[in-house]
Every structure is written in structure tokens, then in C-alpha cells.
Design a protein around this ligand. Structure first.
Ligand code: F0G
Length: 473
């Protein structure tokens, strides 16, 4: 058969194929450790029922986070060998700068050690005590830096985002009314910027639509308020725009990312997610004066403006990862795998946040452990039980993560009390997802016997990372 005919036939077949398959094959493997139930019970007790405090050697399938846990490609590893470890003006920085400009479209790029480094610089530069920062739901480190700079975060996400059962396709959308009410109430001069995340992690990896982003831009333009994006999972967000929002099906992921970012003034980025690296981030802005200011601070906290806490090799891996992340086949398989797990759990009747998000499946702990009141940390207990059952490590995203009110010190009681099964990129197989679903099922079947927890150590900041608990009997 002539080659082009063969090509046409195979391409034709692909067009009709519905299943996603990983657009890569495996070159290196890492062996997993299997422990006994008794070992796991000891391990989780020693860890104070906090999955962040487990040793990774005691974990079988690690769904703690998708942050820094991706498998790099052979191209990225090859790039690591081409690290230019000069203190200043590394060529890898130029590659990174070019990739960020080319894909996200921002002009001035400052590398940072990871996402929260960028959040720190932006918050310290733009926020004054007494300011308000509206956003489409909080993220832990983002809000922490906003509050540390003297600001108050205000949640202006649509109500549907707080309802695990709502199947709104864009639960990350801003409620324009909530935003405009806030502007009326506090005045635009008290709002240094609007903080937009694509996708919204704490809502379950839910996307914001392009249409909504344009509306936010129009409103902000009216009052001269800038918009800064948390671009950490913007590529996943773009996939949802392409597949769910009318008018975007024919655009490439790259075109959608670029168009979305064009409605914002800059972005904080954790490269550890979308960009397929184990470490790295950046802050990028269009305003030269702001770039000069954040760079001044960056030199003190992160490193010189051409490395920002990263080795040259890290910047190279991130530059390559940015380009790999926007390939349609990659992102389809990535989100496809998350959907596969979510659909299994859904079919089995296990309460999860709907629709299934971009980077993980979120169990609705309130609906699973209905008998455990929120002050006894049902999601924290469920994550600990899931680990003890199967060695699958997940994390709490509920009252422990929400923390205390910065002003009053009172507990916040978030609507969402979730356990996040976060899927690292290019790391686990479909069979692993089956095992995970079966593990969740066995915990679900025993749900009536579960008991809550009591917090016995509470760190001052971002408590979920290091808090310790005891089991209530
Ligand atoms: N923004 C979002 C939406 C994030 O999910 C994260 C990190 C950050 C900012 C901060 O980036 O970790 O590089 O400093 N999320 C991780 C997670 C920790 O597990 O969801 P970082």
C-alpha cells in the first residue's frame, strides 16, 4: 500500500476512535512498594492521620498531589543535560522566556522556585493593608500570601462551585454580580487586582469559560482593575473550553490558552502541574514597571532575575514541558485518565464532585461519612482510612485545608468537605486507576464503622500540611 494511503487510513481510524490512549510509551519504570494492612495502620497512626506526614516508601499509589509528581519525557531529560549553570544570563532562561511568551503571551518573565514564590512576589508588590482581592474561590498558598500582605480574599465564584452535585460545565466561573457588588461596596481603589484561577483546584479542578473571562475583563476595564491569572492548570482549563464551550471546538489548545491569557495582565505559575516538571514556576506580567518591582523583590527572595531559584537544567525542562503540555493528544489523555477514574466511581454510586475535574477526582466526604460532623474532620478521616485500606495516598480538601479566619481566628466551615484523588501526569496506568476505584469502594462499603478525628497539633500557617490528629473511638 502506498505510504500516504496507509497514512490516510490510519488517520481516518483515529478520527473515529473514542478512547484516549497514552501518547507515549514507557522507557524507565520505578518499582512500587506493597505493604501489609498492619504496617499501614502503624504508619498512618505515626503520621498523626495526616497523609502529608507519611513516608513515601510506605505508599503504594500516590495520589497526594499532581504537583511536581509528573514523569518527564526523554526530551525533557535530554534538556536537563543541556543545563547552562551560569549564575547570570543562562541560555536556558532565554528558552523559558521564549516558551512563556510564545504559549501564554506575556511579555516579561521572572522565574521562581515554584508557584508560591510567584504569589509571594506579586502579593507583596501589589497588595496594601486593607485591600480586597476577589477571586474564583481561594487556593491555600495564594490566599495565604494575599493575607500576609494585609489583604482580604473575597470569594466571588458562582454558587454552583460550592455544590458537589451541580453539573454546571464551568463551575470555575466568576459570579459577575458578586464581583460588581464588591467593587461598589469597597471601591475600586481598594482592589489591587482580581485573582482568577484556571482551573479551580479547591472546587474540584473546575474550569472557567472564555465567555466568563471576557465578562470579568469588561467589568474590570470599566474600573481600571487589573487581572492576574493563576495559570497553574490553564492548559487543562483550555481543554474544557475546547470540549465544552460553544465556538471553541476547532481552535487548538495553544490558541485557547493564548486567547484566555490575553484577557489578563499577567500570571503566577506553578510549572509543577501543567508544565510537567518536578520543580519550577514563574511570574509573568505585561507591565514593565511592575516587572521591575517584582524583580527587585525576586532578587532578594528567589535569586537573580534570570534563574529565580532554579538551576539552568530546571528551566530547560520547564521550557520543553510547556510545549509538550499544549499538545492535544497529551491533554486529552491526561484529562481522559482522570475522567476514567471518575466515571468508574460514579457508576458505582460513590459520591464525587461533578463534573469530574481536570487534575483529580474529589470524593464528597460529607456525603460518604454522613455521621461524622465537620468538626471531626470527615475528609481527613476518609483519606486516612483509604490509605490504611489500600496504600493509596490522597489528601484532605475541606475544613483542615480551609484553616481559620485570619481576623477572628474562628474555624471556617467550607461547604466542600472533600478528599482529593489527584492524578500525576504520565505516571500511572489505567489498571492503577481500577485498583484505586476498588480501594475507594471497599472503604465506602465500610463507611458506617468509620469514626472522626481530633486535632492534637495545629500549625500556625497552612495547617493541613503538618497538622496531627488522633482517632475518636
Ligand atoms: N495555585 C494552584 C491552583 C495550585 O494548585 C498550587 C499548588 C499553587 C498555586 C502553588 O504552587 O505548589 O508550586 O508553590 N498546588 C499543589 C496541590 C500544592 O497539591 O494542589 P506551588
Amino acid at each position: 500500500m502506498p505510504q500516504n494511503e496507509f497514512h490516510q487510513q490510519t488517520m481516518g481510524q483515529q478520527a473515529h476512535r473514542l478512547s484516549w490512549a497514552e501518547p507515549y510509551k514507557i522507557k524507565v519504570v520505578e518499582l512500587l512498594s506493597l505493604t501489609t494492612r498492619a504496617e499501614r495502620q502503624r504508619a498512618i497512626k505515626k503520621a498523626g492521620h495526616n497523609t502529608f506526614l507519611l513516608e513515601s516508601a510506605d505508599v503504594y499509589i500516590d495520589l497526594l498531589t499532581d504537583s511536581g509528581t509528573s514523569a518527564m519525557s526523554d526530551r525533557q531529560w535530554a534538556g536537563m543535560m543541556r543545563g547552562d549553570e551560569a549564575y547570570a544570563g543562562s541560555r536556558n532562561f532565554r528558552h523559558l522566556e521564549k516558551a512563556v511568551r510564545g504559549v501564554y503571551g506575556y511579555q516579561h518573565v521572572l522565574p521562581t522556585h515554584q508557584g508560591r514564590g510567584a504569589e509571594h512576589l506579586l502579593s507583596q508588590t501589589l497588595i496594601k493593608p486593607g485591600d480586597y482581592i476577589p477571586g474564583n474561590m481561594y487556593f491555600t498558598t495564594t490566599r495565604f500570601h494575599q493575607e500576609r500582605a494585609g489583604g482580604t480574599f473575597v470569594d466571588v465564584i458562582i454558587d454552583e462551585a460550592h455544590d458537589p452535585k451541580s453539573e454546571h460545565p464551568f463551575k470555575g466561573n466568576v459570579d459577575i454580580k458578586k464581583l460588581s457588588n464588591l467593587i461598589q461596596k469597597v471601591g475600586s481603589e481598594k482592589i489591587p487586582y482580581v485573582s482568577i484561577a484556571g482551573t479551580v483546584n479547591m472546587a474540584g479542578g473546575q474550569p472557567i469559560s472564555m465567555g466568563n473571562m471576557k465578562e470579568v475583563r469588561a467589568l474590570c476595564n470599566k474600573y481600571g482593575i487589573p487581572i492576574y491569572l493563576d495559570a497553574t492548570r490553564m492548559v487543562e482549563n483550555a481543554y474544557f473550553i475546547k470540549t465544552r464551550e460553544e465556538g471553541y471546538a476547532k481552535l487548538s489548545i495553544a490558541e485557547i490558552v493564548r486567547a484566555f491569557c490575553s484577557h489578563t495582565d499577567g500570571a503566577c505559575m506553578s510549572g509543577k502541574k501543567d508544565s510537567l516538571v518536578n520543580i519550577g514556576g514563574w511570574l509573568a506580567v505585561n507591565c514593565k514597571e511592575l516587572y521591575d518591582e517584582v524583580s527587585n523583590l525576586g532578587v532578594a527572595y528567589e535569586g537573580l532575575h534570570t534563574y529565580g531559584g532554579l538551576a539552568g537544567r530546571d528551566m530547560e525542562a520547564m521550557a520543553i514541558g510547556i510545549r509538550e503540555s499544549i499538545h492535544y493528544k497529551h491533554i486529552r489523555a491526561r484529562v481522559g485518565q482522570v475522567e476514567y477514574l471518575g466515571n468508574l466511581l460514579r457508576e458505582w454510586g460513590i459520591p464525587i464532585v461533578l463534573p469530574v475535574g481536570g487534575h483529580g477526582v474529589f470524593l464528597d466526604a460529607k456525603a460518604i461519612y454522613t455521621h461524622i460532623p465537620q468538626e471531626q474532620f470527615p475528609a481527613q478521616a476518609l483519606a486516612a482510612d483509604l490509605y490504611a485500606e489500600s496504600g493509596v495516598r490522597t489528601m484532605e480538601r475541606g475544613i483542615v485545608s480551609a484553616g481559620r479566619d485570619a481576623q477572628t481566628g474562628n474555624e471556617k466551615y467550607p461547604e466542600l468537605e472533600l478528599v482529593r484523588l489527584t492524578i500525576p501526569r504520565r505516571v500511572y496506568t489505567q489498571a492503577h486507576m481500577d485498583v484505586v476505584a476498588e480501594s475507594v469502594m471497599s472503604v465506602y462499603e465500610k463507611r458506617e464503622n468509620a469514626t472522626g478525628l481530633r486535632m492534637v497539633y495545629e500549625p500556625k500557617f497552612l495547617r493541613f500540611f503538618r497538622a496531627r490528629f488522633e482517632r475518636l473511638m
